[in-house]
Design a protein around this ligand. Sequence first.
Ligand code: FES
Length: 576
Amino acid sequence: AAKDIRMSKQPTGIANGLTNYGDPDFSLYLRRSFARSMGYSNAMLAKPVVGIAYTPSSFNNCHRHFPELLDAVKRGVLAAGALPMEFPTISLGEVWLSPTSLKFRNLMSMDTEEMVRAQPMDAVVLMGGCDKTVPAQLMGAVSAGRPAVMLVGGPMMTGRHRGERLGACTDCRRFWAQYRAGKIDEAEINEIEGKLATTAGTCAVMGTASTMACLVEALGLILPGTAAIPAVHADRLRAAEATGAAAVRLIGSKLTPDVIINSKSMENALRVLLAIGGSTNGIIHLTAIAGRAGIPVSLKRLNELSDTTPVLVNLKPVGNGYMEDFFAAGGMGALMRELKDLLHLDAMTVTGETLGERLAHDSDASRDSWIDRTIIAERKKPLEPQGGLVALFGNLAPQGAILKRSAADSNLFELEGRAVVFSSLADLAARIDDPNLDVEAKDILVLQNAGPHSPSAMPEAGYLPIPKKLATKGVKDMVRVSDARMSGTAFGTVVLHVTPDSASGGPLGLVRNGDRIRLSVKERRIDLMVDDAELKRRAAAAKPAADKPERGYARLYAQEILGADQGCDFAFLKPR
Ligand code: FES
C-alpha cells in the first residue's frame, strides 16, 4: 500500500542535523559520546530516530495517561527497527490557562515546529489531545515538513449521577444553567462536580478535542479508526503501538503533513466537521492548519458544503450520545463510509493509502462492520439534512461569523431584535445578573472586545449566560452575538467569530444599546440596522485602542495576530 512513498537520501538517525562546531566529524563524535551517556548501545545509535512530541503536564488533566501511551509508542517504534526519542513541548490544558488557551496555540505550534526541525529525527509522532494541542502540533508539523503521524489521547469515559450518564463538558454547562435558574441546590451542584470528568482523556462529548480528533482522521494524519478510541481502553494502547510502527514506515517518505494537507483533504475535513455537528473552533483550527500549507479556507465554500452535508452523528452537545458511544457505534470509518460520495477519495493518508482505499476495507482493525444507527445515522435517515455550521455575512460581519445551527433554537433563526450591549468581558460579568438590566427574551445580547485582537485573546465567552432575571423565568436561549469563540461542548443560538473583531475596528464595536440587529439564517445574514453615515460618525468618535503590550510573547501576539478568517494564526508564520 506504500506505493506513493518515495525515499530521499538524507543522513538518518543521530547523524542528521548536526550541531555546528565548524567540524562535522567532530560534531557527530561529540553527539555520539553524549548519546552514549544515556546508555544506548552502538547498535541502537546506528538506527534511524523517531522523535515523539510528548505533552504530559500536571496542568493538563486530559493528558494524564500519556506516560502509558508513550511506552506503547516506543514499543511500536523499537519493534519496527528505529530508536524512539521523546522530547517535551508546551502542553495546553484547556481550563488551566489565562486568559485563554487559544492565546498560546501559536506558541505551542512554534515550539513544535522548531523542535521537530532542530533535533535529529527522521519522523515524528505527535502526541496531542486537549483542544489546542492537536491543531498546534499539526500547524507546527505542516510548517516543519518532516514525516509525521499523530496519536490523539482519546476521550474520557462518562460518569453517573442519580442514574444519569454525565460527561464533560456539555453536562457541566447544563447543570450549571440549572443551578443558576435555581432548579438544583448548592449541595447537588457540588456533588455533580466530582462526577463530570472521571477518567483521563479529553472531553467526553463532541467538543473541540473530539472534533479535532475526528478531523485529523478525515485529514488522514492519524491511523484509521483511532480517533474515537477511549483514552483508557486497551485499544488506545494498541493504537499507540501501531502509531509508533507507522512512524518508522514513514522514514524517508515524501508524504509529509504539508503534502497530506491540501485542498482535497481540507474539504474532506470540512465535510466531516459538518456531519459530526462539530465544534465551531474546528473552523478556526482547520483554517490555521490549511493556512500553513498555503491553502485558503473560504466561509462561502463552507456554506456550500453545509447545504449538501447532512448531520449524521448523534452526540452531545447536538444530540444525545458520548464519544464512547461513537467508538462502539463504528467510529470514523463507519461515518466516512456513509459520506463516501461526498468525499475526495483520492486524498492521500499517512499510511500511504488513499482515503478511498482505507474506506474500502470492510471494517477498521479490531472491530466488525456492525454500526449502531442510533449514533451514526444512515444517509437516507439523517439527523438533519444540512450541516451543523453556517457562516453569516452582512454589515455586522463583513468577513463572516459562524453559527452552529445544529446546537441552536431554530425559532430564533429569523429575528430582528434590540441590541443589549456589553462592551467587554468585565462589563458582562458586572451587569449580566443585575436585576435592573433592561433586557427581554427577544433582545439580542451583544458582547464586544472579546475577539482575537482584544487583550482577552478570543476566549470561549461567546456563550453569554442568559441574564439571571430571564433564566429564573424559564428563558433557555437567546440570540447572542460576539467576536469571541464558544466551547465545542456548548449549545444555544450563538453567533460567534464576528470578523473583523471589535478591537481591530470592526463594526461590532460600533453597536450601541437599543440598535436593531437582524439575523436571518435563511439568508445567511447578520446586519446592524443602522445607516452608514451614523456608523461612520461612531467610528470617527471611537477612542483609540489601549496601549499594546511592550514585551515578551504578549507583544509578539499583539503584533502578529490575524483574524478568525485567517485561523487566528500569526502573520509571520504563514508561508511566503
Ligand atoms: Fe481537555 Fe476538554 S478540557 S479536552
